[in-house]
Every structure is written in structure tokens, then in C-alpha cells.
Design a protein around this ligand. Sequence first.
Ligand code: XMP
Length: 515
Amino acid sequence: MDQSYDKVIILDFGSQYTQLIARRVRELKIYSEILPCNTPFKNIARKNPRAIILSGGPASVSSKYSPACSSKVFDMEIPVLGICYGMQLMAKHFKGRVLSSSRREYGRAQLFIDRSDDLFKGLGKSINVWMSHGDGVKRLPGGFKRVAHSANSTNAVMRNRDGKMYGLQFHPEVVHTPAGKRILRNFLYGVAGCAGRWTMKSFVKHSVEEIKSMVGDDCVVCGLSGGVDSSVLAVLLNRAIGKKLTCVFVDNGLLRKDEHKKVIKTFRGHYRIALKFVDAKKRFLDKLKGVEDPEKKRKIIGNEFIRVFEEETKKIGNVKWLAQGTLYPDVIESVSLRGAPSATIKSHHNVGGLPKKMKLKLIEPFRELFKDEVRTVGGELNLPDEIIWRQPFPGPGLAVRIIGKVTSKRLDILKEADAIVVEEIKRAGYYRKVWQAFAVLLPVKSVGVMGDERTYENTIAVRAVNSKDGMTADWVRLPYGLLGTISNRIINEVNEVNRVVYDISSKPPSTIEWE
Ligand code: XMP
């Protein structure tokens, strides 16, 4: 990473909002990185941060096993902002008094500003903020002053004498604190003196230079799936190293209708990238024959993909590097403060999961980016909107949208139905408004009547959900008219379908995909 950017380190104490803090800081054009709270001090110091933010967290500083960061963080002579748990930790470190309150403060609260010369500059006498805490700072540490209070928190905001240490009891990173970004801006620009130099334009420029010098004369292989991340990656690499890049695009037969044609046209035709197109439909279908279990399907598809990819890479020869579209949320080391790791609900497979035994060196230019930043990079590289705004598509593709056995015939039915769903969703202006919209082929036949004939045919479920990150989701209230058009078109145009249903379940307890 280029050191001309100011860097802010966020120490994570297990808050569900930690990633949001990182995003807000980056939205202010300052590079931020999340580290687990127990990161050794030397690793923090090595990053040479301009400021440190201590996140919130579910623990209580008064409990025996409460998480802490190295106390040297408070001696670095750079500004530190403690949020919620982070504030309480700061108060405890400087010998203030933190107590559990009998009255938890949760939700919206009015904050009364006592001093408005730094963090709250330009914000008036009171603002609405979002609180979520049981503990609170009852007595300020020596040398600290109160900056703001609320009905339930006497010391809702504190700062030390030299104006370097700040504690906020509320969460400035959530949208429910409307002035939150302004407060963070005041801290980062005003208090810490950061300059906003982290932009995606400069990211592209520096990445291109970095990739060039890293790769030298070696060859690079990149798995292209047609999704946003791998597409933006391919174009970035192409700009950096041109002919030394080969993209491998594996058609597993489980892609959307005409997807492979579009990918070939865009990358070979438009970008003139060396693209190896591998038609592996038959291989995947043979392996999937008779398989009904979703997890087995995923494993088979994942393993077969690796096999095909390895074979193709060998054929290219002299490949030393593997480029992957790994994103920041995948690499953040999470601190397990809540006990055991969560159970595996679905073992996701995507193009990213390639084997270590290939012994290739890795290039992962997006390791530090969030998805929306990758989209901005795509914009900087002039990728068409159609690619930049493509909805997420699961690695195992349509195989997990055909409930039960996957056959060539069932794939054809689903592809046609799915194409209609996407086309109509786009036509109605909903494509970018929803997280995912797609069709699912159910293993259910039902009776219908077409003309004077009795039919006994398949059922398609239409699914449209809204989500921020795929972790939770709500079904979309699509207009009846649109649902009607989708249903009519599917029943009229797709052979062997006589019924369409709309899925109105949210995640949890359902999942987005049916398998
Ligand atoms: P679920 O069904 O778990 O989906 O609620 C959450 C998000 O993940 C996508 N998904 C997958 N992506 N490989 C992937 O690359 C998979 O095996 C897989 N399963 C689900 C799903 O489309 C949604 O965006």
C-alpha cells in the first residue's frame, strides 16, 4: 500500500458495526484498516497510522475476560477515538469509572452538546444519535472533560486535555446518527489532520504500477466468472500487464442464458483480453448426474472447477501468478468474542477458492476493498454498467436453483424462466433496486389447463430480495402488475411450466437461495 495515503487503524472489539466504521472512514477518502483488538502493538505501529479508532463491542469492560488492546496504543501520541465499548475501555485505561447502568440506552437519543469547538463543530446545540449500551462512564478520568451528555448518559462524549483522546458513547457510524459522518470528518480531518487522498482513481493508478512491478515478465492467470469482482479484476490486470494476462472462463453449463456469449464478446471482443473459453458443460453434468443433495452439488461443482482450471493453467505454461478477486470482508480477521464459530449453513464456492497446491503466487488487488469500491474501480476503468451492477450469482450457479436432480432439460427450462424474470425486472427499473431477482425450478408438478387440454407440468418460484450483504434479506414487494407479467410470460413462453409462485420469505429464517 502506498504510504502517501493517511491510514486509520480500527481496532475491532467485536461490534456488528465495525465494518461500517471502516466504510465511513473510506467514504471520507481516508484509507482504513480493521485489525483485531488483540493485535500486537508492533504490528499496529508498523502501519504508521494517523489515528486509531476503537470499535464498540458486546462485552463489558468490568467483566473478567473483557477484551483489551495493547495499552501502548494510548501512548502513541496520535488521536484515538473510542466508540461505545472503545470509550469505556479508554475511560478504564485512564482510571475513570465505568459502571453498568440500570437503564440501558438503546435506540435514538438526543445528545446535548456542551462544547462545540472540535468534534461537534457546526452542529448546533443538540443532535439525534444512536445509542446501544448498558455500561457508561460514571466518572471521567483525570484530565478528561465532558463534551456532550444525554438524558441517560451524563458523560456521553469525553475528551482529554490536549484534545487527542475522544470517547463517544453513541455510534457515529450508523445511519441513525445523521450527523455521524460529520463528526467522523471533524475527528479525522480536524483533530487528526488527515488529508483525503484515498480515491478509487488513485487506487487504480497505484495498483496498475504495483501489479506491473510485481509481475515483471511473468505470466498471470485469472479465473473469470462474468461477475463484478472477477470482471473488474480482469480489466485492471489487462491495463497493467496486457498480453501477460490469460483469463480462463469455465462454462460449467450452470450459467444464465447466453451468459457465456456475453462474457466472450465483452472480454475477447471489446477488451481484447486473451480469454480461454472452456466448454465443460458435459463434464459438470455427468458429475452431477442423479445428485440431489445441495451440499454434494456444491462440492462436486467446486472440485470439478478446480480440476478444469488446473488443467487449463498447465496448458498455458509458464504461469507464475494467480489473480483473485478476494474482497476485504473476506480477509478481515474476525475476533471470536462470542464463543464458538458459527455453524456452516452452506459451504459457498466461488472462483476465489482455488487450491494452494497450484503453487502460484497470488495477486489480490481488491484485498483492501469493499464491494462498492470495486464497483467504483469498475467505473474508473470504464466497464459497462451491465457488468458493474450485475447482481450476485452463486458459484454453483443454476444447480442450486434446480431443486433436486440437475438435468440438461431442467437447466433449459430454468434458463428460459430466469431470463424472463431478469428481463422484466430490468424493464420495470427494478434491477438495480433489488439485491437479487431470479427463478427457481421446483420438483413439483401440478395440474393446469391450457386451451381445452389438461396439463401436468412444472412450477417456477420467483424470488426477489433486498439485502445489504447477503447475510440477512427481505423479500421485495414487487408490484402485482410486474409479477403478473412475469408469471404470464413464463407460463406462455417456457415449455413445460404451468404455474408460477412468488417466494415471500425473508432471511432468516429462510435463505436467499433455495438450496
Ligand atoms: P444464502 O442462500 O446463503 O445466500 O442466503 C447468500 C448469498 O450468497 C450467495 N450464495 C452463494 N455464492 N457460492 C457463492 O459464490 C455458493 O455456494 C452460494 N450459495 C449462495 C447467494 O446467491 C446470496 O447472494
